[in-house]
Write a protein that binds this ligand. Sequence first.
Ligand code: NAP
Length: 241
Amino acid sequence: MKLLLLLGGTSEARALAKRLHPDVELISSLAGRVPDPALPVGAVRIGGFGGVAGLRTYLQDNEITAVVDATHPFAANITANAAQACAAVGVPHLVLARPAWPHGDAIVVADDRHAAQTVKDHGYQRVFLTTGRSGTTAFRTSDAWFLIRAVTPPEPETLPPHHEILLSRGPYGYDNELALLRDHRIDALVTKNSGGSMTRAKLDAAAALKIPVIMVDRPPLPAGVATVATVDDAAEWVRAR
Ligand code: NAP
């Protein structure tokens, strides 16, 4: 392994950087969406590459010898771009995709638009919306009231008329999630199937209070990509290069 590009923005990416640094030379890449991001150990670059063409150029100019894509399961654009760019220039490429949450009793929907339609169809009135800053647009014309939790504020024009915004960053614990659902008299939870332990307490709290969950399913991974589910397996893949 000469130089690994680690596409990050997740706790798994930071854990992988910590596992590999300094034995493996690596550069972690962040999109630059959140102010004051949690930084991994080792070298970091911040900002988009400029699509597939930009990423191809980056891989070649920096003589990157392998790429691990440890971005969030819903970061479908960078994941598609990385798969294409790596295939085009022949750089080994691995996706570290944390396991999805079991659906349980959740109403599973394909995207935010279907989640908004489900809220409407069921007549939910007080919704805890946790699909992030880019997840509010589909609910813009909804009559329900929303508690919207996001790391950075959504654009005002994407917001439904009745809402409260809660700016915060995980991890979230069970007791706090339970109190949040109770105090706001939430009658439905809308979440992406992000997986992982940092944000799963809301599912346990919703189950305890018998609050229905509308779960947006993950976008599919690009066809044919090599995938692992754990930081351990990703580290092993890197060390075997
Ligand atoms: P996205 O829709 O897949 O990416 C949009 C664009 O942002 C990409 O085309 C790329 O720009 C740039 N980008 C994304 N991740 C990058 C990275 N790690 N390094 C450099 N450029 C990156 O992604 P997103 O959903 O906006 O997520 C952005 C970042 O936040 C990701 O790194 C992800 O791991 C993290 N994150 C996302 C979520 C989520 O729910 N989506 C949750 C937690 C963390 P160019 O085309 O210009 O290269």
